[in-house]
Design a protein. Sequence first.
Lengths: 246, 487
Amino acid sequence: MRIAILSDIHSNREALDAVLEVVGERGWDELVLLGDLVGYGPDPVYAVETAADLVDRGAFCVMGNHDEAIAFNKGGLTENARIAASWTRERLTSAHVDFLARLPVSLTSEGRQYVHASAERPGKWLYIRDVDSAERCLSSSAARFVFCGHTHIPAIYYALPGRRPICFQPLANVAAPLSAVGRLVVNVGAVGQPRDGNPAACLALVDTQRHEVSMIRVPYDYEETARKIADFGLPAWLGTRLKIGR
Amino acid sequence: MQRFESGAIIDGFELVERLASGGMASLWRANSPQFDFPLVLKVPFLDPGGDVSVILGFEAEELILRRLSGPHVPRFVASGSLSQIPFIAMEFVAGTSLAQLISNAPLPADEVARVGSEIAKALAALHRQKVVHLDLKPENVVLAERGAVLLDFGLARHAELPDLLGAESSVPMGSAAYIAPEQVLGERGDPASDLFALGCILYQLTTGEEPFGRPATFAGMKRRLYHAPRPPRDLNGTIPRWLEAIILRCMEVDRSKRYVDAAHVLSDLRNPDQVVVTGHLSRSKGIWATILGLFRKTDERSLVGMPADPRLQAGPSIVLVAVDLANGNDPLAQEVLGETARVLGSREDSWLACVTVLKTEIIGDTLAVDESGRSEYLKRLVALKDWSRPLHLPEDRISYHVLEAVSPADAILNYAEHNDVGHIIVGARASSAIRRHLGSVSTKVVAQALCSVSVVRLKAIEEQGRQHSEDRRPAAISPLVREQSID
């Protein structure tokens, strides 16, 4: 089975289109959107409508903290995110907001749990940035594999029997094994705002026959996205960070 | 735990005969109608409540072996999942175990050099595939007809895979007799660690003794960070100095002084006259320094130096430059020199083999001695050294070779392959009628080399030559002719 997992699209139309083109070429049996469809970027309507269309075609989609903040008018965001969130709300219709509001915070499919941030209290949006938080995430989940996003940095935590998890930085476009003996937390990076120093959009492809997961990096026209961010008067940093991948 | 008997069938593999094995897995000769070569099945001992590292080692070996290819590893055939019957099926490699050979040590120097270069060649092939063995020992090397074959990747590390074994291991992983000092400190992943183990094997082959014994404790293994073994020539005075120098350089604790490339060890073992003999291990620093050292608390990590990896990636380790000095140190030879300096500049520990070819008419032709009594060979050697002088390379970074051959291209290609050269630099002359007819040296080298090749031309002369040929030939034909004559 081929599974394509996309997280943190953040209203980035150019990145989303580039990534979906790759997903279309490779084909998928399960497609998962790990939340934060909106926020930060200049194309929230396109992001929500594309996601809704994919869900109609059988894709899974979970809620992210930006989706929640925008749908329920909640706080708790950084200043740039808050400015972008209120700008986003003005663009979305009630149908769009309704779609975001109805998203579940967690989904499970055949031993794989999908959450935006962590399986540990999914609605609390805890960051998995180290071995301890990965361990807590796994102990909160019954699934063998937990897939998440939220940090915008791809990472794989291997929890092996009787040992503390190992953090592994997956290489771009090189398959990493889904260990047969351990449990894993896989952070699939970000489509719309990578922060690992590589501005190319990131998605994860899982091959369940080969027991592998690959972080596929897709270059896209971030100059165009940044131009739109500037044109709409959104904070300049939101455009700059796309160009440097931070 | 499941026990198997001869005749049992696992996933279509019939177990034939149990072989001797270590404590982690049982080994079986096996057959399968699907494969027409002899097989081995490795079945890990998985006791409930047993050592988890057995499972992790099994998984790591399966992941790595299935990614490896080439003559120096057993061919991976299949594996069984941990949820059913875990096993790895691979090719059975026929040959002499190095363990058997080493029991006859000490062996003559030329035999040690031959065996050592086979192992170095296998390590070079392994390291090129981004894998470090980390448990190189006589039991894990088979000397087969096709060369040395490395076995047992249960402790190995692939640079692009997570290190399932590495995390939190308080016990150093490896074999006490051969483990590298940085491995004792928990570092897993430096190809230089395998070269340390190779040094220990060469030491044992020449002296008949293991350099560090087989310490059973962590402290015992750590001794090798502070105490150099007795130099091989102290144990066996007949060992040539060049071989001792190679062994001791493999066994340097500080990796900035150790070989970083298996290819370099291979080249030194094959060209003893190129080895620079410097004396004992650099750790022998005199009695006062040793006494002072006892009172100073040293950082063990600083003793083993930096990993070799960044250096390995900076550029080719061995560069071959083929320079034609038949017309003296002409402008093309100087251009080749400039390019050589640029390629060498990418890596500070790269090593240059300067090659010039003396053409002979037939194989075995003896070279004429000119009137002054010096052979053409010596003249070329002197010219080659003079040509390379502006590079200012220390003698341990450069070697000179005047090859006598009917075909210069074949001589260059043979040398490059034999010595695992990483980059070839060769000059190309402007086209001439003879070259068009016979094909040029550089064309053949470019077409057949196993590594990157830089072809150096003189731009100005090329342009003039083109102008000249266009003057003489109809314009429509000349591009075609030029294409054939590309050097």
